[in-house]
Design a binder for this molecule. Structure first.
Ligand code: NAP
Ligand code: FE
Length: 367
């Protein structure tokens, strides 16, 4: 049996895991920069828990709380300058994928001089400030990936910095921070994680280890769908979704994503459609296309979810997402020309050609 697998992040999971493992932070240095979004970390208890842990270790900290959704290149440089001026030794990010991804870019840029033109080229020096990530959404899996995905205005899309140097040293998974997460964000992020699991299995780089993690993740997410539909999400399900999302992150760290993510980026960039929702709207129709080429691979993906075909998944997703956004055919043609240039398109075992990409977009938005 031949496969590769790598994931160097230490995972601490469970109730009060930050408090119980506060000593872990000591190893990373005297002063931390805490990176968050504008609001949620202050109200869900996660920021307080991190500050308490740092204080109990006698460590100093400063807070950078300006990260917006779909973080920009500019905010990454701003955070890096702040880290340098505050002379911090390590970075702790708390939040969804946006603060976590921005913090990765900040840790890289604070540790070495990189011009904006070279930011996505990958030739980095082997020195990046240690990163500790605390996810408060269950979706991106960024806490266990080497990707930092930034809004790239020059290319009118989202672009990844991908480097093994960006793997966090540690992550803390505590579902209690998500008890106040709104239903729409909960659904969107859950379906982002599902997309990672399923796209991971569709990737050319899939192997037995990543398939094993993906199958478990997709099965856990399927168990949560009735609660997502009801809008009543228990603590047990929050914990399960966080676990599923980290598993799916461990998948894409090894397989990358495929055409669903490549096509979703334009929906986010031009229409401000949330990342997970963008993927979820495209996922069902994409699997229906793949089913026409390779029924077995789609069956392998859907069996762990208790589903027998891609149409069943499409119906579930459309029910969860409700009314779709208005997008014109002209806009979809533009998105097609952007998506076809993305490396993720050819990462799938059954990659769509240009005509198929447009057809999938049309089936989702013009039906
Ligand atoms: P997000 O943009 O990080 O957060 C969405 C919203 O949820 C924000 O308004 C945030 O508020 C709020 N929020 C976060 N945690 C909360 C909580 N516990 N309770 C209440 N509200 C909370 O969304 P995301 O979907 O997690 O991340 C999306 C980003 O991740 C995209 O940029 C995407 O490209 C990227 N991504 C990265 C990877 C990777 O491997 N690195 C993979 C997939 C996606 P605040 O702003 O106040 O915190
Ligand atoms: Fe994603």
């Amino acid at each position: 049996m031949e496969f590769n697998y790598f994931m160097p992040t230490k995972i601490y999971a469970g109730d009060d895991c930050i408090n119980k493992n506060a000593g872990v932070l000591k190893a990373f240095g005297k002063k931390a920069m805490i990176v968050t979004g504008k609001h949620s970390a202050k109200v869900n208890g996660s920021l307080d828990d991190v500050i308490k842990a740092l204080k109990s270790n006698g460590q100093e900290y400063c807070i950078f709380d300006k990260v917006m959704s779909n973080p920009t290149i500019a905010i990454s440089y701003e955070g890096a300058e702040f880290a340098k001026s505050e002379k911090v030794n390590f970075t702790i990010a708390i939040g969804g994928g946006s603060p976590m991804d921005a913090a990765k870019a900040m840790a890289l840029l604070a540790s070495q001089d990189i011009n904006e033109e070279d930011l996505f080229k990958g030739n980095y020096k082997d020195c990046v400030m240690p990163l500790v990530l605390i996810p408060t959404t269950a979706g991106t899996g960024s806490e266990v990936t080497q990707y930092s995905i930034l809004t790239n205005d020059r290319l009118e899309t989202k672009t990844s910095i991908a480097s093994p140097l960006l793997f966090p040293k540690a992550t803390f998974l505590d579902g209690k921070y998500m008890m106040g997460l709104g239903l729409a964000t909960t659904i969107n992020t859950t379906i982002d994680a599902l997309s990672h699991a399923l796209e991971g299995m569709l990737s050319k780089r899939a192997g037995v280890m990543s398939d094993c993690l993906a199958t478990k993740s997709a099965g856990l997410i399927a168990e949560a769908i009735p609660e997502l539909k009801s809008g009543n999400i228990s603590k047990e399900t929050r914990d399960k979704l966080l676990y599923a999302s980290t598993l799916a992150g461990m998948v894409i760290a090894n397989t990358g994503t495929t055409s669903v993510h490549a096509m979703g980026y334009s929906l986010t960039y031009f229409k401000d459609i949330d990342h997970g929702r963008a993927n979820g709207l495209l996922l069902g129709e994409t699997l229906q296309f793949i089913e026409t080429k390779n029924k077995d691979i789609v069956k392998k993906l859907l069996t762990p979810m208790g589903l027998s075909n891609a149409k069943e998944l499409t119906d579930i997703l459309y029910e969860l997402f409700g009314e779709k956004e208005d997008i014109t055919e002209e806009e979809l043609v533009k998105y097609t020309s952007i998506a076809k240039k993305s490396g993720n398109i050819t990462n799938g075992q059954v990659p769509p050609d240009e005509e198929t990409i447009l057809n999938i977009y049309k089936k989702v938005f013009l039906k």
